[in-house]
Design a protein around this ligand. Structure first.
Ligand code: SF4
Ligand code: SF4
Length: 185
């Protein structure tokens, strides 16, 4: 990372005080030069709770706005001005008081709370392959989690059998960007 020039992109459901700033601070510690940051609101990924569900039209509108924002950011970058979302002192305070202090430690409580419905699991290994934390192994042809979950919801959205849950008790809906963009899965 030493000497690399980086641009930090943070996605969020509702708001991200300084999501890009958090990455930027870590990357700076590793020797990177941070050129800018961009915050993009995207459809929610928590697919085992009805609480956050929106209609397909609302989700598509969210994606359309994100694409517009990306287009504007690209225009700025081409003219040599990098967007600075989440990188200043004020976003740092908003992120600290609006998110981190409130959420502090709460996500850790879920690191070993992933549930696998063994009656549904077919041992396909998709979750093993896509978990960024390498939280799964296959044991006796079924997924076995190992207490390292960071609540990204990737496996829960990707399990073809809807066999994985975390906050809720059943998978209500699974989203992948391709579903909204008209591509085949
Ligand atoms: S992705 Fe689902 S079905 Fe496949 S191994 Fe994991 S839990 Fe089982
Ligand atoms: S939610 Fe994310 S971090 Fe947690 S086990 Fe699934 S893929 Fe891994």
């Amino acid at each position: 990372m030493e000497g690399k020039k980086v641009f930090c992109l943070a996605t969020m459901g509702a708001f991200s005080g300084d999501g890009a700033g958090c990455s930027a601070r870590l990357l700076k510690k590793c020797g990177a030069t941070v050129l800018g940051g961009l915050h993009l609101k995207m459809p929610d990924s928590v697919c085992d709770s009805k609480l956050l569900k929106k209609s397909k039209e609302e989700k598509m509108e969210t994606i359309r706005r994100a694409e517009e924002k990306i287009g504007r950011a690209v225009g700025q970058i081409k003219s040599g001005r990098y967007p600075q979302n989440g990188l200043g002192f004020f976003p740092h305070l908003v992120g600290l008081f609006g998110q981190r202090l409130w959420f502090y430690g709460k996500t850790k409580r879920y690191s070993d709370k992933l549930k696998i419905d063994r009656a549904r699991c077919i041992g396909c290994g998709v979750c093993v392959r896509i978990c960024p934390m390498k939280n799964f192994t296959l044991e006796n042809q079924a997924a076995a989690p190992h207490g390292k979950c960071t609540m990204c919801y990737r496996c829960i959205s990707g399990c073809p059998q809807k066999a994985i849950t975390l906050v809720g008790k059943e998978v209500v809906e699974q989203y992948r960007l391709e579903n909204f963009m008209g591509h085949k899965e």
